[in-house]
Ligand binder design. Structure first.
Ligand SMILES: Nc1ncnc2c1ncn2[C@@H]1O[C@H](COP(=O)(O)OP(=O)(O)O)[C@@H](O)[C@H]1O
Ligand SMILES: [Mg+2]
Length: 271
């Protein structure tokens, strides 16, 4: 690869279309994800997020359009794409019968890496699972299981990670744990493409947010750019109440690392 690679987008999507029998799911999707960014693809249920993720991870062929991942075309260089990307699906791929450590060692062995035991221990420590490492994953909470799932997908250090609805179905505390994990990944230089149907998740995590609606990206920008799309509202004076999420987290004793204005969108979902 050329020395310009670092400046190329980590993911480039151009004119991707996909139909299933009579449903046109994607009708021309375009966006770039810059290396090292967290990019959120925001859309309601059925918008086509998983379809796009499957195309980018070479599990599904687009009808037309092109996409490159880490400089490799998904159609002509699928093996290199797969080596550059790690996919964590909407439903956790953890083996419940194995312990956390065994799950990690298994992935390391499958990837033919040396010293799977050390890799597993490092991952357990990095994802705050050391104490739970010897327990069967079936006994883990939703947040622990999702963290293990993300840890498994990071073995082999792929430069790009794709997280399909990483916090759907998790309780508020587990969501915050997963958010912290995702922030750490990006801070370490991993490019993150995540899909979500949660406004607050995109708001909390993403450097850029693209809204997928009726088959295309209807807007794409930073949070402040997206906010400027709305006309200025009349100034109203209202007493600011804590959101239910604030109250819940205060009562259960979690230290939410979330900005105070989170209450504006906390828990709201696109429908
Ligand atoms: N293999 C398939 N065959 C037929 N329809 C599908 C298939 N996969 C997805 N769809 C349809 O495509 C649309 C988008 O689905 P999906 O990409 O899973 O959306 P999202 O992940 O945003 O919820 C839905 O209407 C879904 O029913
Ligand atoms: Mg989906």
């Amino acid at each position: 690869m050329s020395s310009d690679t670092a400046r190329e987008p980590a993911i480039q999507v151009r004119g991707i279309t996909k139909a299933f029998t009579d449903v046109q799911v994607l009708s021309g999707v375009d966006f770039d994800v810059q290396a090292g960014n967290i990019f959120a693809l925001l859309g309601s249920n059925g918008a086509g997020k998983t379809t796009l993720v499957r195309i980018l991870s070479t599990l599904l062929k687009a009808d037309s359009g092109t996409a490159t991942v880490h400089g490799f075309d998904v159609t002509s260089a699928p093996n290199q794409v797969r080596e550059s990307i790690s996919l964590t699906g909407q439903f956790a791929a953890v083996d419940e019968v194995l312990t956390g450590r065994e799950n990690l060692e298994l992935v390391a062995r499958l990837r033919h890496l040396r010293n799977p035991g050390k890799i597993a221990n490092d991952m357990l420590a990095r994802f705050s699972l050391t104490d739970a490492g010897a327990r069967r994953a079936g006994t883990y909470s939703g947040g622990m299981r999702r963290r293990l799932d993300i840890a498994m997908s990071l073995i082999g250090s792929p430069p790009i990670i794709v997280l399909d609805e990483p916090t759907t179905g998790l309780d508020p505390q587990a969501r915050i744990e997963v958010w912290q994990t995702i922030r750490k990944l990006a801070a370490d230089g991993t490019t993150v493409l995540l899909t979500t149907q949660y406004l607050d998740e995109a708001e909390q995590l993403a450097d850029r947010i693209a809204i997928l609606h009726q088959g295309t990206i209807i807007s794409n920008g930073t949070l402040s750019e997206l906010k400027q799309l709305l006309p200025a509202t009349e100034v109203e004076y209202v007493e600011k109440q804590p959101s239910l999420e604030d109250v819940f987290l205060a009562l259960v004793g979690a230290r939410a690392e979330t900005p105070a204005d989170n209450s504006a969108t906390a828990g709201k979902e696109l429908r």
